[in-house]
Design a protein around this ligand. Structure first.
Ligand code: FAD
Length: 383
């Protein structure tokens, strides 16, 4: 039997690449190695699951055995790859077992960033980046009420909204002066803040957390301004860092993520990367839509011939029911200005070039119904 294509990671990237590959090639052996349970689930659900009472068991849609059957693949769950040996086209598992590959796909995901904080409760800070983390959050919330969230970006705001709908108190602390500061223009951030405050979220903006101290049953957060916040538990949502360590140790080029070209190939011809761990021509895009496009392109490359992936505009839906939001931020280098229309029900922010072309948008509340029409006008991210 020929050597398999080995995919490391059973998240959206690994499993979607496998599924797309199987549509084109039913025979080549596929081996998926994952340090987690190997079940398939929609990770975006995790920041919307408390209010609807979802548990890890109801979030998983297929377990590892079912995925193996569907994909005609071998799934080695609870096995961590310790090292890659590009010379010998093999990976070493923790424990010493070695697996040879014909081609290797890195779909390793990303790790939550931890802020450099002081205090005796730093190790108690939770973050939710997978199903096991979500179970830990559910366990920690048992009998508790007050949650302090570090970070007012997409995931922090989604959890804050979900927590208040589920009956908890949520405080969001962020160094920037508006929530979703990297995605929304200031007026959009202010709109989101007002709507989430109306839903019950408390914001501490322009504030840096310095210390996290457990005192009896409470955790006390000390901010740089001297303010203190009392909470029952702390959830960190300050961003993700691509998992690059095993690639780097193997001599594979790594920048912010594992560096790949538009065929998702590293500088080793038989090693590819996609998803949250990958950097495609300088871009790390840790979202669902880029993964779907990348997986389709990679499948064609692996099954047929090298194929350049294409990214159309991919607006991101922010899952804050208190303020439905869809955003497609302009490139950081884009020339132009925001044109903003706002009333109590919604906000429509269009980023226009000096020639009048639409380069980005933020649609909030009632304006979200314009999503399809405006998305069609956006330029592609990679053509
Ligand atoms: C709470 C939350 C909400 C989100 N909401 C949205 C949203 O609304 N819209 C959107 O577009 N995106 C959203 N995202 C982002 C999106 O979910 C991710 O971009 C996507 O799920 C990443 O998939 P992945 O397969 O690259 O990584 P992961 O799902 O993290 O998978 C990585 C896999 O690699 C395995 N692995 C890692 N290292 C090893 C090793 N050494 N050996 C073996 N296995 C290993 C892990 O066990 C895991 O199976 C959200 C993310 C979070 C955390």
């Amino acid at each position: 039997m020929s050597e398999p294509i080995v995919i490391i990671g059973s998240g959206l990237a690994g499993y979607t690449a496998a599924r797309e590959f199987r549509k084109l090639d039913a025979e080549t052996p596929l081996l998926i190695v994952s340090s987690d349970h190997g079940g398939f689930y929609s990770k975006p659900t995790l920041s919307n699951a408390l209010a609807t009472g979802k548990t890890p068991a109801t979030i998983i849609t297929a377990n590892a055995e079912k995925m193996a059957e569907q994909l005609k693949a071998t799934v080695r769950s609870h096995h961590r790859v310790a090292a890659i040996d590009p010379e010998n086209k093999a990976v070493a598992l923790e424990g010493g077992e070695t697996l040879s590959y014909r081609q290797l796909v890195l779909a390793l995901g990303a790790d939550p960033i931890r802020l450099p904080l002081e205090g005796n409760a730093v190790d108690e800070i939770l973050s939710v980046n997978d199903l096991d983390d979500y179970q830990r959050l559910r366990d920690a919330l048992e009998g508790k009420k007050r949650v302090a969230i570090l970070g007012g970006g997409l995931i922090g705001c989604e959890f804050a909204n979900d927590l208040v709908v589920a009956g908890y108190q949520a405080s969001v602390i962020d160094i920037s002066h508006r929530p979703l500061g990297r995605l929304l223009p200031p007026a959009g951030g202010a709109f989101l803040q007002r709507k989430l405050e109306a839903a019950g979220v408390t914001f501490y903006l322009g504030e840096a957390t310095e210390r996290v101290e457990r005192i009896g049953d409470s955790v006390h957060l000390t901010l740089a301004s001297g303010k203190t916040i009392e909470a029952d538990l702390v959830l960190s949502a300050v961003g993700l860092r691509p998992r690059t360590a095993i690639a780097k140790a193997a001599g594979i080029h790594v920048n912010r993520g594992i560096a790949v070209n538009r065929s998702l190939q590293t500088h080793h011809p038989d090693i590819y990367a996609l998803g949250d761990c990958a950097e495609v021509e300088g871009r790390v895009l840790p979202f669902v839509m880029p993964i779907m496009h990348a997986a389709r392109g990679l499948a064609t490359t692996l099954a047929q011939a090298p194929t350049l992936i294409k990214y159309p505009a991919m607006p991101v839906l922010v899952k804050t029911p208190g303020c439905p939001t869809i955003v497609s931020p302009p490139e950081t280098t884009a020339q132009g200005e925001w044109i903003i229309e706002e009333d109590e029900t919604g906000l429509r922010a269009l980023f226009k070039s000096p020639h009048g072309g639409l380069l980005g948008f933020a649609l909030m509340g009632s304006s979200t119904r314009e999503r399809a029409a405006l998305s069609a006008q956006l330029p592609a991210i990679m053509e």
